[in-house]
Design a protein around this ligand. Sequence first.
Ligand code: TXA
Ligand code: MG
Length: 345
Amino acid sequence: METILVKAGEEAVASAAGILKNGGIVAVPTETVYGLAANAYDVNAVRAVFNAKGRPQDNPLILHICSIDMLHDITDSVQPLATRLAESFWPGPLTMIFPRKAHVPAETCGGLDTAAVRMPRSKFTLELIESCGFPIAAPSANTSGLPSPTSASHVFEDMNGKIPMIVDGGECRYGVESTVVCFEGEDRVRILRPGAVTPEMLREFCHVVIDNGVLEKLGPDAKVISPGMKYKHYSPAAEVYILKGGDDKTAKFIAKHCSVSTGFLGNGDERLPDSIIRFPYGSTSEEQAENLFASLREADSRGCREVYVRMPDTSGIGLAVYNRLLRSAGFRVIDLDGGSDALHE
Ligand code: TXA
Ligand code: MG
């Protein structure tokens, strides 16, 4: 199959809508990461998404909507807190989990009796959903297990030959996927995946619990609310390690362990050997969120064997950066202040 790249705009809305209405799939931009879209109510189209990504069937998709009417078509239990959060954060990077109505296909929701729903902020994608008239199921448009795509060229790397069309809407604003929450009673949410809608922001509205799976490695038998938490994720081919410690200790560690194929994501203040390949990271959490996936992909294109990444600050969107990074690194954090050199465990 030939994969064409088209610029976001009115014409692209019409052609993407044509593909989706005919049961096809197409990659679209959102403000978080690129998504691989299908009619959420069309079981065959949804299966095509799972196939193109190589995604496990039990990992449910997010339904993207353009209106509150569409939310009521998916669920009949929108509690007052959900309405308040929707009013404040939609359109935007917040995904909420609701009991699903019977007509929402189980396949879309990984066999669960709930559906995850969000209203994206991308103008193109909102117009596309509107023009289709049905919710769009869209996981991140990467091959399952690889870093999520934050530009159309990343999608092309993974999906060339597998899907008919990629809509190029430029680089994604946030660079990490939406915050996923479920409700616990009338006044509490549980964060299953952190994102740009931060715990601090949600605390203005309700009690907030951060699920253990956000920062801890779950055992193989752990019960998870969100199936995505148990899979390997966001991993480049290079081995990723998180380095916890100051500039000097980091520089010393790198000098000792680097080779010609060592990549590094840091804040720019570290004094490192010239042979180290630096990739953009940034000194604020927002910059780190924007750069993380692109830099991990870049490290693979440059043939890095290992990549060291400075421990991010974990407040605000930094919690999302750390959550993604832990998974990229298979939870390998080297504590340079702890004295032990835990490399190559
Ligand atoms: O920002 C985003 O959310 C992007 C863009 C494209 O919208 N989408 C995205 O989708 O990240 P995906 O499929 O890569 O991640 C969806 C996450 C998975 O961890 C999945 O397990 C969880 O949401 N999820 C989906 N439906 C769920 C449900 N009914 N209950 C619990 N978790 C659910
Ligand atoms: Mg994903």
